[in-house]
Design a protein around this ligand. Sequence first.
Ligand code: PLP
Length: 393
Amino acid sequence: MSQTTTVPEWRVNLADNTIDDDEIQAVSDVLRSGWLSPGPQTRAFESEFADALGCPAAVAVSSGTAALHLAVLALGIGPGDEVIVPSLSFVASAAMVALQGGTPVFADIRSETDPTIDPADVRSLITERTKAIVAMHYGGYPADLAALAALADEYGVALIEDAAHAPVVRAAGAVLGTIGDLGCFSFFATKNLTTGEGGMVVARDPALLDRIRSARSHCLSSSTWDRLRSGDADYDVSDIGLNYRPTEIASAIGRVQLGKLARDRERRGALTAAYRERLAAVPGVVAPFAHYDGDSARHLMAVLVPDGVDRTDVRSELRERGIQTSVHYRPTHHFTFYRERFGPVRHLLPVTEAVAPRLLSLPLHALMTDDDVALVVDGLSESISRSSERSPS
Ligand SMILES: *Cc1c(COP(=O)(O)O)cnc(C)c1O
């Protein structure tokens, strides 16, 4: 077999996972067990994840997008309904609202140091048609859930937490994902707990979670695992459902990854602190959440390049040095589909418009060294000075 690599060789990767012999062992155990679709591993992963969050139950699914889709579906969101989402987020939440026939209404972020959805802007966007608000915990740092939950209560709308970056984060006295009506998690390859592809949903209302568990697998009255074990082949179908089931392979990986989360997070915390210290010496660079001292998944090391510096120049210079970067995110309301389908945003999003072109995500993962941090910040600092020389403002 010829050696092929599809992943470019970077000196410092943007993200990396901590998969090692433990996960390999868990996967080979599943493969030898003979059962690959949801069964004992998935049930164990669900109950261990729920325990970690301190909630009674969780439903494992095939992706974070599936988790968001099931949340929107279970809330009964459809044509004529509006859901307020941050424009500065991954497109999945807006897409799942649109898929169900609802209208995503884009809200602004709070500030350049806290790029999470702005509760004051959310309030101004609430109408008779509003059915839900989506809060995304950017980089694993909590959105203002106290204010958002109060708003959701006041107007009788649902609060969905997009906790894709934030598995098992204790903030404001509770665990992210369990504060709103629904919490959605992702285990995509770049996330801080990964199963390759995967996700999880939790809900405060057990009836809502039952609907989600049912819709995950065609709204069948019993699962294949149960039918095979009981010998009873009969089932009924109560509604339109989907197949968003995870594999036993993914669930087995997830259980091992969950056990490593605290250790990995400690490393991410140390790296984030090292970054912040070095970044403080780079003129004009803003590091969001620099003064946040609570719990966080420390999923992203996002910075804002100085005003007037071309982010593309900085990214290409870092690429030349073997440093992989990304952008979290391009505002959803700028994308062609959202402009064409939903027209101009209801009102301007001045903070999003000012912050988004300056955002740059630097490498951050648990396998990085302190030297990697120094290399990245030196590269950033030099590319910024060069870029400022090119375009004196
Ligand atoms: C990754 C991500 C998703 C989607 O999760 P997938 O598992 O890739 O489907 C949704 N929202 C946010 C904020 C994400 O980062």
